[in-house]
Design a binder for this molecule. Structure first.
Ligand code: ZN
Length: 119
């Protein structure tokens, strides 16, 4: 089973150009802001709610490990399931995949966190 978050786009005014989308060079020329690409805003995604997404049989598991310059290893495991495509399809990280009903508790916990953040 897989849980997934719904996300909302959040527009954050660009600090580099004061949300104008353009910056003024020393000689007075106005050019598109290199930080926000003329948009005036930076876009981020924030979760709005966690919910059950789909259920399927795992068909492919991939492990990856990255060793950083301090010699510390970060590893991750990803799954592909028959319901969303194996080989080409969605890749689900281990923290979003459940094999039993405890996903409900995790969904509730994550949604409670979002509610707390919004207060
Ligand atoms: Zn900008």
């Amino acid at each position: 089973m897989i849980i997934l978050n719904r996300q909302r786009e959040v527009r954050i005014p660009c600090a580099a150009c004061s949300a104008k989308g353009q910056i003024t060079l020393g000689d007075g020329e106005e050019v598109p802001c290199p930080r926000c690409w003329n948009d005036g805003y930076k876009r981020e995604w924030e979760p709005t709610c966690w919910r059950f997404e789909t259920c399927g049989t795992v068909g492919k598991v991939s492990h990856s490990a990255v060793i950083d310059e301090k010699g510390e290893t970060t590893s991750s495991t990803d799954y592909m399931i028959d319901a969303t495509g194996i080989g080409s399809g969605s890749v689900w990280s281990e923290d979003k995949v459940w094999t039993d009903d405890t996903w409900k508790d995790e969904c509730d916990r994550l949604n409670a966190e979002i509610e707390e953040e919004q207060q």
